[in-house]
Design a protein around this ligand. Structure first.
Ligand code: AMP
Length: 215
């Protein structure tokens, strides 16, 4: 099964689509945002990382790369890379990393979404701190059955610290500024696919088709 690099602005639905791919095809979901969120917040490093993330800025290439390298070397089977590369420098680092690991079966997928729609999704996003389930309070199909409570494990749902209007705008604009050279890079390698703004279920179906086409 082909490995996937997601290139998608924040709140484009890549978390939900990744979960669907994970359930059906046993993909390993590697999210650099999750790796960073799991750095111990009681350490100086953890506090610094949290501060940067809450401002919507990027964490240093070195730190993210170190966390990713550690993770990618432990997984078995196909992976979805979610959140990396975030700039052209990281795209180059990833190339080297994959070469070393002798992985060349890669597809880059760009999820194209407008800032307006992404903002709406981000402000409505709720996640479960215990099991990681994700909900949207403004969407009838994906809102929790009981207000603010996880359907699966009944834990109180939380909004992410960086899902506020101000930080989200910075995150979206930073993302788009850096994304174009990455898109050009994968286009020149002939491995870039694009899917336009849709529900996560529809995006999942389009991606399933893409995977089958390259198998
Ligand atoms: P995400 O969960 O992908 O939306 O990422 C949340 C935050 O984590 C971002 O706004 C950045 O602060 C940080 N982050 C995630 N991935 C990277 C990366 N590849 N490079 C730098 N910072 C990152």
């Amino acid at each position: 099964m082909t490995n996937i690099i997601f290139i998608a602005p924040p709140a484009a639905g890549k978390g939900t689509v990744s979960k669907l791919l994970q359930e059906k095809y046993n993909y390993n979901h590697i999210s650099t945002g999750d790796l960073l969120r799991s750095v111990d917040k009681n350490t100086d490093l953890g506090k610094r990382v949290q501060e940067i993330m809450e401002q919507g800025q990027l964490v240093s290439d070195e730190l993210v790369t170190e966390l990713l390298k550690e993770k990618i070397s432990t997984i078995k089977g196909p992976f979805i890379l979610d959140g990396y590369p975030r700039n052209i420098m990281q795209a180059g680092i990833l190339e080297e990393m994959l070469k070393e690991l002798k992985i060349d079966d890669i597809m880059a997928i760009y999820i194209n979404i407008s800032q307006e729609e992404a903002m709406k999704r981000a402000l409505g996003r709720l996640t479960c701190p215990k099991c990681g389930m994700s909900y949207s309070k403004y969407n009838e199909e994906t809102k929790p059955k009981e207000d603010g409570i996880c359907d699966v494990c009944k834990t109180k749902l939380e909004s992410r610290g960086d899902d506020n209007e101000e930080a989200f705008k910075v995150r979206f604009e930073t993302y788009m500024k850096n994304a174009q050279p990455i898109l050009d890079f994968y286009k020149s390698k002939n491995i870039l696919k694009e899917v336009s703004e849709n529900t996560s279920e529809e995006t999942f179906k389009v991606i399933e088709k893409m995977i089958k086409e390259v198998e």
